[in-house]
Ligand binder design. Structure first.
Ligand SMILES: C[S@@+](CC[C@H](N)C(=O)[O-])C[C@H]1O[C@@H](n2cnc3c(N)ncnc32)[C@H](O)[C@@H]1O
Length: 403
């Protein structure tokens, strides 16, 4: 069996090769902080597989996990933490990422990591001690409030998903500080690295796709996903107030009518590119996720062992983009034709814009209570304005479109 050191070198080499790691600092942290010491009980090959490892369940649902190494690496590159920085992590989990942060900030810096569950914090503390990581304070607290005793922070990183940019986090950033968080924007979870540009005003330095467990406690919000009656399908609406799952389930029982469409390309293009494009442009956008053997499934796109689809709702009907036969838009129910025209126009617009992905998005944010007046809408002309779950005004614009 490979030693832990061999397994770790292999993992890091793969992350460098795949472009997840590009700075020497992040590479050194991943090489020198042993992930297996944060996953007691796992053999090295499993501890160094590029996979998330669930840590804790509640009612069968994962509430804590050690994140996938490639995602951790992507986010550390986005965070740009360096020697001497004061960093707050929200979501201590196993303590592995806090250990990596401590390596990045060095002896002149300081890392505070908080988790809402005492047992996880105790585990993180023990793991950090075994790994010999110094300079980390692991604290039990609801990170929705940030952690005022250690503020201001040069960097705040959430390793747990939020539906909004909470004013508490922005208020605890040092001038020119950076806030990195998995943020749900119109149903898509995006890892957004925001730079503080003025009090209460932020601008994204980078945006990536991600998938994290969501905040519990005071920052928890109901998930947007809903089960479609009698179908085994889950719908993820861009805006839960616009797409009615009962109406959608009824529409999908009708026979559909097909028209040709441009191909979205890979499923990653479909999900992180076209899906995000559609959701930002049209709140009636929906994503469907289901088992490989259910009803429409064979016509939809393979995703993580199941099937996925993208569509638009209108009236009591909807239209879906299908992978089979060829690239097709199928309309269902009354209003389905209108939905099909809208979906076709969105696909054409995305193709004409060069098939942008999450990484091509810029997000500007204004926290009204901290910004003290001025225009709450900033960023590229023609950007989509969304008020997030914390009341922060987000303006999302595509680089190729907004220039
Ligand atoms: C994906 S895990 C974090 C993984 C961790 N960074 C690591 O290196 O192992 C997300 C964590 O966020 C925590 N969490 C959820 N809601 C929270 C909240 N309101 N405040 C602080 N932590 C929270 C969960 O308990 C969970 O441990």
């Amino acid at each position: 069996m490979a030693t832990a050191e061999d397994a770790r070198s292999g993992l890091v080499a793969g992350l460098v090769r795949d472009g997840r790691v590009h700075s020497g600092r992040v590479r050194a942290a991943l090489e020198e902080v042993p992930r297996h010491l944060f996953l007691p009980g796992l053999e090295p090959p499993a501890a160094y597989a590029d996979e998330a490892v669930p840590l804790k369940f509640d009612d069968g649902v994962t509430v804590s996990s050690v994140s996938q190494p490639s995602m951790v690496a992507i986010m550390l590159e986005q965070l740009d933490a360096g020697p001497g920085h004061r960093v707050l992590e929200i979501g201590a989990g196993s303590g592995w990422n806090a250990g990596l942060l401590a390596h990045l900030v060095g002896p002149a810096g300081a890392v505070t990591t908080v988790d809402i569950d005492e047992d996880l914090v105790e585990g993180a503390r023990a793991n950090l001690a075994v790994a010999g990581a110094h300079g980390v304070a692991a604290v039990t607290a609801d990170g929705a409030a940030g952690y005022p005793p250690g503020a201001p922070y040069d960097r705040i990183e959430l390793t747990v998903g939020s539906t909004g940019v909470r004013p508490e986090w922005v208020a605890q950033l040092a001038p020119e500080g950076r806030l990195l968080l998995p943020l749900t924007v119109r149903g898509s979870q995006l890892s957004v690295a925001f730079r503080l540009t003025a009090p209460g005003r932020l601008s994204s330095a980078s945006v990536r796709s991600c998938a994290f467990v969501r905040l519990r406690g005071a920052g928890a919000t109901p998930g947007p996903d809903a089960a479609l009656a009698d179908s085994g399908w889950t719908v993820q609406p861009a805006d839960p107030g616009v797409v009615d799952p009962t109406v959608l389930a009824e529409a999908l029982r009708a026979p559909g009518a097909d028209r040709p469409a441009a191909s979205p390309g890979s499923v990653s293009d479909l999900w992180d590119g076209l899906g995000l494009w559609c959701a930002l442009a049209d709140p009636a956008t929906l994503r469907l996720i289901g088992r490989p053997d259910d009803g429409l499934a064979p016509a939809l796109f393979p995703l993580a062992g199941g099937r996925a689809g993208l569509g638009v709702a209108a009236g009591t009907g909807c239209a879906l983009l299908l992978a089979e036969p060829g690239a097709t838009i199928r309309s269902f129910g009354s209003g389905g034709d209108v939905a099909a025209l809208r979906l076709a126009a969105l696909v054409e617009g995305w193709v004409a814009a060069g098939r942008p992905h999450a990484a091509d998005l810029r997000i500007d944010a204004v926290v009204p209570e901290l910004a003290g007046g001025g225009d709450p809408v900033i960023g590229g002309a023609g950007g989509q304005v969304v008020v997030d779950g914390a009341g922060t005004v987000l303006t999302a614009s595509w680089h190729p479109v907004a220039g």
